[in-house]
Design a protein around this ligand. Sequence first.
Ligand SMILES: O=c1ccn([C@@H]2O[C@H](COP(=O)(O)OP(=O)(O)O[C@H]3O[C@H](CO)[C@@H](O)[C@H](O)[C@H]3O)[C@@H](O)[C@H]2O)c(=O)[nH]1
Length: 477
Amino acid sequence: MKKTVVLYPGLFFSHFTPMMELADVFMEHGYAVAIAVINPSVREDDAAFTTVVRRAMSSKTDVSFHVLPRIPRTPLLAFGGSITEALINYFDIVRRNNAHLHDFLSSVQSLHAVVVDATCGLAIEVARKLGVPAYQFYPSDAGALAVDLQVRSLRAGSKTLGGDGTLVELLGVPPMPASHVTDIFGQPVGEKVDKDLETVMAEEARATAEFAGILINTFVSLEERALRAIHDDLRCSLPDGMVLPPVYTVGPLVDKAGAVDESSRHECLVWLDGQPDRSVVFLCFGSFAGSRDNPEQQLREIAAGLDKSGHRFLWVVRAPSTEDLDALLPEGFSARTRGRGLVVNNWVPQPEVLRHRATGAFVTHCGWNSVLEGITAGVPMLCWPLYAEQRINKVLVVEDMGVGVEMEGWLEGLVTADEVEAKVRLVMESEHGRKLRARAEAYKQSAAMAWKDGGSSRAAFAHVLSEMDAAHDKSVA
Ligand SMILES: O=c1ccn([C@@H]2O[C@H](COP(=O)(O)OP(=O)(O)O[C@H]3O[C@H](CO)[C@@H](O)[C@H](O)[C@H]3O)[C@@H](O)[C@H]2O)c(=O)[nH]1
């Protein structure tokens, strides 16, 4: 009987999809995979998440899925309001599901190990009780992890970093403005964290230290500096002398399927088929929403900037309805850009869009999956962070990797039409843009190498498997 690895994904589209790729990797290495999913009905508000779970359940026939029973009176999880409340609620849901997870894991034959999403660390309690080796899956980047570890230490020492203009030197990442130094949830170092949230974050940190290893969705040649800093300097940065487990790079794990609805080819891909090579600027801001700050005025500025740039574009906007969207965009915009621009008010298969030969640049909020999808497609990026750890990712993309430029104004709450036009032209028309593309292309090649024979991610994964075997043998001895 095959050894079974159970994966326990987080309740986000962007955490779930790379874990499905990880499932494939385990299966390619001869393991059976079972996936335990917290009942997706708690994320009723998030159609993308619930749809992608359904899609995986129907398409991944070689994986056994187990949806944990819905716990009565579990509050719905919504990320529209206060992030603090949403996070406390999230961790509460994870904790309450531990009993169900325990029942499920106890029933799995040949259970070899469990891999738990970084947001579900409280499940370590279950693994501990059952004596099963447990690994954490970290769906973001090593740079963000390095900063997060340092933010924890700075907070513990009640340190402040000076004003916004101050450039802060941290280990593993380029110098960055004080305003960019945030924890993984995007909360600046100096910001007072809610007491209850602080308690769960401390619990999460303790849980992290108990995992046998961390599988991170990045690859060595992309983040050498951050990985070295974590390995050499930061592993002891968890509070109370706790030590971070070994970090294994297993990326890039990028959604191969891409589309949520696979019944037909998405209209935007058909439209891209008719466009010249590398001529289209693609704008998409992640699985949550569009720009949250001042969205109406911001939409108009983007539209005016794209209009003036004269370039082709594919723009993903989230508006309640098409009529609302028409009312929001500047008058005459649709008529003036007809044929060279497509505005889409629904989900697009982003990985496929980025891999399409017609896509020339990517305006992104710098969510880590988007960055990896841009990198693996060799597409230069225009960075416009919105929340979570995206400010840090922007610094990495622009300063460290050199595959993007910053859309200025986001920090002040508005990117103007002039800025949109200028940066689109810079990336699409200038020598600088050509250099960004060449570097993105080089990273695309090294990303492909990472999982080839002798590649760093293949080697790291082999290392994980042998450690897992040893940990398993020890636990049954
Ligand atoms: O129309 C759309 C919109 C999004 N996507 C996909 O949605 C995912 C978005 O993921 P990501 O770029 O990581 O952004 P978020 O959804 O915002 O992800 C959250 O989780 C990430 C991983 O931890 C963090 O890096 C982000 O900051 C955090 O906001 C990507 O795979 C996209 O391809 C689509 O396919 N079509």
